[in-house]
Design a protein around this ligand. Structure first.
Ligand SMILES: O=C(O)c1c[nH]c2c(Br)cccc2c1=O
Length: 468
């Protein structure tokens, strides 16, 4: 059989990029060395050094088409580009207008059957002559999302095309999938669009060998899921994949006890309406599924939620403007003051990103001493029922409104029982985007709310914030 030579992937040359392939976006205005380690710009992702691009697809929520095309190398700007979006009515009209100068851009409208759902998914398919690369990330395709914010990027290897011979000898499942069922779960997600244009990409994905993928897909799609589909999406999928982590069989009886209280940390850039108290959804549903009811001990991990305070926004590189991308509304916040006791500040001194306002969304479970990581998820999903789903029909049905996608890192897929979080951080520690342990809000701190004025203190650009 022809032995496929693993093509040299420039991403591998970036220090500390392996084995996680988890990057932040570069930030203008911080020292270069903090951009050199595990950070990428969109131009770097799309550069010609990765191979000869044939065509690409961009799944996202917000688009600035002229700017996006400019991020592609000039020799790739005429290649076919599929834009997968959830725009309707006047937003769709303006998106079409923005695309009209580019005949090779095709639009694919994600079916949005449920009110208040959004197409949040941020993903790239990059088809080269040598193979296909998949990027799952958290940035809108607009300049300010790639300038001075903290955003997350998982970038796959360039998966080679399955040649007849390789398929015969593929060591994993018949259609060369990974132990994490990466290909199966990605196709399950894409199938929910029921889109003809995505048929081409689903067939293309089928034809590539993804056995080297070492992350799980955690996605959400609009719908009501029960029976065989019950644990395919949303927070039930996250539970189903992480459940082994605190199983007695995996840990041994004695160790399991110590795991019971291991905290869960959620970090996001917006918050939905979660009910009149924590027992409505946050503790009763979201935390319960994540803390895996399976154990006989009463697990009660703490839940710590990282969301920028007004002071975090005011002192950020962008100043109050950063708050334009933190759309937590007064109408929602005023109905859930109980949430404030869970809130921690955005702090990332070790990555020099304390002032790069977060638009990344991450969820993790860590040991009490914050030295070991049990699992880590980077995703488009904010803390909302629309994104994660809410249980109905006596907990037999999960109701999800939005499209979301993220990737989950599990120690067992990296041959370890937990990921190290070392003090000197950057070594072979897991590249967590923020400082652990998290920093509690100060007594005077309030969560950033987008639609109220902030005039008593000026921001890092000497401005105030007056939402019209
Ligand atoms: O998922 C995302 O990326 C986002 C979703 N909704 C937003 C609103 Br509403 C206002 C401003 C920014 C965003 C945003 O960034």
């Amino acid at each position: 059989s022809t032995i496929q030579l693993k093509r040299y992937d420039p991403i591998d040359k970036i220090k500390h990029s392996l084995p996680y392939r988890f990057f932040l976006t570069t930030v203008k205005g911080i020292p270069d060395e903090n951009n050199a380690l595990n950070a990428l710009s969109l131009k770097e992702i799309l550069s010609t050094q990765h191979g000869q691009l044939i065509q690409s697809a961009q799944f996202n929520y917000m688009f600035h088409i002229d700017w996006l095309i400019e991020q592609y190398p000039s020799e790739f700007r005429q290649k076919p580009l599929l834009i997968v979006h959830g725009c309707k009515r006047d937003e769709l009209a303006s998106l079409k207008a923005e695309c009209s100068p580019y005949p090779k851009i095709e639009l694919c409208s994600a079916d949005m059957p449920i009110p208040f759902g959004t197409h949040h998914t941020k993903m790239m398919f990059l088809l080269y002559t040598e193979g296909i690369r998949i990027v799952i990330h958290t940035s809108n395709l607009i300049p300010q999302d790639w300038n001075q914010k903290t955003q997350g990027i998982w970038i796959s290897p360039i998966f080679p095309k399955i040649s007849k011979t390789t398929d015969d000898y593929s060591t994993t499942t018949a259609n060369s999938d990974s132990h994490t069922n990466f290909k199966r779960d990605l196709l399950t997600y894409l199938d929910r669009y029921s889109s003809k244009q995505l048929q081409f990409w689903m067939q293309t994905i089928l034809e590539h060998d993804m056995s080297s993928a070492n992350v799980h897909v955690i996605s959400s799609v609009p719908g009501r899921f029960t029976g065989g589909d019950f644990q395919k999406f949303g927070h039930l999928k996250l539970r189903q994949v992480t459940i082994y982590c605190t199983l007695k069989t995996y840990l041994g009886i004695d160790k399991q006890e110590q795991y019971q209280s291991w905290p869960i940390v959620g970090q996001f850039s917006s918050i939905g309406s979660l009910g009149k108290d924590a027992d409505q959804w946050l503790e009763k549903e979201f935390l319960t599924t994540l803390k895996q009811l399976n154990s006989s001990y009463l697990e009660k991990p703490e839940l710590k939620l990282i969301y920028p305070s007004v002071e975090n926004v005011r002192t950020s590189l962008e100043g109050y403007k950063a708050g334009g991308s933190l759309p937590y509304s007064m109408n929602t916040a005023m109905r859930q003051p109980w949430l404030n006791k869970y809130l921690y500040q955005w702090h990332s001194d070790y990555r020099n990103r304390t002032h790069a306002s977060p638009h990344i969304k991450t969820y993790l479970r860590t040991s009490n001493d914050y030295k070991q990581l049990l699992w880590f998820l980077v995703t488009s999903a904010n803390l909302s029922k629309a994104a994660w789903g809410s249980l109905e029909k006596d907990n037999t049905q999960l109701f999800i409104r939005s499209y979301e996608i993220g990737v989950l890192f599990l120690p067992k897929n990296f041959s370890c029982s937990s990921f190290p979080i070392l003090d000197d951080k950057i070594s072979d520690s897991f590249p967590i985007p923020y400082d652990l342990p998290p920093t509690k809000y100060e007594a005077k701190d309030k969560p950033w709310i987008v639609d109220i004025p902030y005039t008593s203190q000026r921001d890092s650009h000497d401005c105030t914030w007056n939402p019209h």
